[in-house]
Ligand binder design. Structure first.
Ligand code: AHR
Length: 523
């Protein structure tokens, strides 16, 4: 199987002898005799990996906002103006670059004016999409923008098209960003914020083909144009307007949006969820069939992005419009005994591999993909963090984002990868998945995923265009495919130092453990 770093493209090379995987029944971990080869062109990078590819998404859904981020100022849980300190610290360590809010489906029934002013006076509403619970609106615009300031990340606000009005969205922008005297800016001042905030990323609706209004693409394209017209740039604030993109592989949606509204948008935001296993949809109780099916579906994101990108290229060959994958991730059954509408799921080593390969793929499309937001940050879907009252644990997916932060704003390096297949039953996927980049100081980072849950892999890596002197490594793996962190055992899946490599001249030989993610730093 041949894979490339997105710039250099080679024709497929036949599988090498010795790469056939062991049978599904063979439980013994073993080293494969097959040789995997990687050539990295350290002097040929052109494109920058936008740090926002490592972005996040938080919705008023289950315990993401309430209990996850927000505990309120009077809580015994340590907080700053109501926002949990432990969660903020963890996300800062991971260098969260951008946070999308307030939804999701919730965005198209959210009325921002209900979420400002004295909290005890804010009207409540029913969160009809997510469990039918009462939303008290205690976390609103000021709290979200305070959260982003505490996190040191860019805010990305998604406005309401489905059940909102043009005036409402226009006034939201004025409220947040206008510096002069105006009804909205004065109202903001009354509510305690004198200076306007800067907000760049602005979504015009969410999933308007579904929960955001069940619209046809032609109808939404027209609505997009109408709403976008009234989204004003006040003072030095420049809005980056993002249109609702396609559901998974709905290519006609992209075609219509680009042809009817492409010139009026800065970003187009498709969504891709890779589901769960085949037999079991449990996050932690699954077998190899489910492991394989999940990773196979995660890898499909590559083809889906390529096809949407090809349509975008037709209308926008200069790649002015960014593709923003503003929801992605695994979607399992909720944890037993929890509210089905809260989408609370555990997170295993398998989810870490989903994140590892997806981020590698997103890096490879960084000429068009400028932002991606995994769903969701805390306590919902493929979360970074799980909380239980005052306790907090980091998930395997968190560790992947923390390890991969070295790719933020680095230059993507082209590569050729020739690797064995990971075969299950009578299907196969490439066993290895790679990305490489060079940061501003000249340090090279290579993220390597071994998808095979039973076999380690030897990789011979040729470093072209650089003289490597020093290599360092980290690895994320565990004994079992289903390994995950719990409140009793929070460190089961945790990055460790890695030194299973040898450097001779410009040839680096690495042994990747089965079901692992390895991050190498090359100086
Ligand atoms: O992330 C959960 C939901 O998935 C979002 O609200 C919606 O946009 C998507 O369907």
């Amino acid at each position: 199987m041949t894979n490339t770093g997105g710039i250099v493209c080679l024709v497929a090379i036949a599988l090498m002898a010795g790469c056939a995987s062991t049978s599904a029944a063979d439980e013994t971990p073993q080293e494969k005799p097959g040789v995997n080869k990687l050539v990295i062109h350290a002097d040929k990078g052109k494109e920058t990996i936008n740090r926002n590819i490592y972005g996040h998404f938080s919705e008023h859904l289950g315990r993401c906002i309430y209990g996850g981020f927000w505990v309120g100022e009077d809580s015994a849980i340590p907080n700053t103006r109501g926002i949990r300190n432990d969660v903020v610290e963890a996300l800062r360590r991971m260098k969260i670059p951008v946070l999308r809010w307030p939804g999701g489906c919730f965005a198209d029934e959210y009325h921002w004016k209900d979420g400002i002013g004295p909290r005890e006076e804010r009207p409540s509403m029913v969160n009809t999409h997510w469990g039918g619970v009462t939303e008290n609106n205690h976390f609103g615009t000021h709290e979200f923008l305070d959260l982003c300031e505490q996190l040191g990340c860019e805010p990305y606000i998604c406005g309401n098209v489905g059940s909102g009005t043009v005036l409402e969205m226009q006034q939201w922008v004025e409220y947040i960003t206008f510096d002069g005297k105006s009804p909205m800016a004065d109202w903001r001042r009354e509510n305690g914020r004198d200076k306007p905030w800067k907000v760049k990323y602005w979504g015009v609706g969410n999933e308007n083909w579904g929960c955001g209004g069940s619209m046809e693409p032609e109808y939404y394209a027209n609505l997009y144009r109408r709403f976008a017209t009234y989204l004003r740039n006040f003072g030095g604030n420049r809005l980056f307007k993002i249109a609702c993109g396609a559901r998974q592989s709905d290519y006609p949606w992209t075609e219509v949006l680009m042809s009817e509204a492409g010139r009026r948008m800065d970003g187009l935001a498709p969504h891709y969820y890779c589901g769960s296993g085949k037999k079991s949809r449990s996050a932690t109780k699954f077998g190899e069939e489910d492991w394989f099916a999940q990773l196979q579906r995660a890898l499909l994101v590559d083809g889906i992005i390529s096809k949407h990108a090809a349509i975008m290229d037709k209308y926008d060959p200069k790649k002015r419009v960014a593709m923003i994958l503003d929801e992605w991730g695994a979607w399992h059954q909720v944890e037993p005994g929890t509210n089905r509408g809260f989408l609370y799921q555990q997170n295993s080593l398998r989810d870490a591999l989903v994140a590892g390969v997806t981020l590698n793929v997103l890096n490879s499309h960084c000429d068009r993909v400028k932002m991606a937001n995994i769903a969701q940050t805390v306590n919902v879907l493929q979360a970074m963090i799980l909380t239980k009252d005052e306790e907090m644990i980091l998930t395997p997916t968190y560790h992947v984002f923390e390890m991969y932060k070295v790719h933020h704003d680095a230059t993507l390096l082209p590569f050729e990868l020739q690797c064995c297949d990971y075969q299950f039953s009578n299907e196969q996927i490439p066993a290895l998945n790679v990305s490489a980049s060079k940061d501003k100081s000249g340090r090279i980072h290579v993220s390597l995923c071994n998808l095979d849950p039973k076999n380690s892999a030897q990789l011979v890596c040729e470093l072209q265009g650089t003289k490597a002197k020093k290599i360092s490594g980290r690895v994320l793996t565990a004994d079992a495919m289903t390994a995950h962190n719990t409140f009793n055992k929070p460190e089961v899946v945790h990055p460790a130092a890695f030194d299973n490599f040898k450097l001779k001249g410009n040839i680096l030989t690495v042994t990747l453990p089965s079901k692992s993610i390895v991050l190498l730093g090359i100086e």
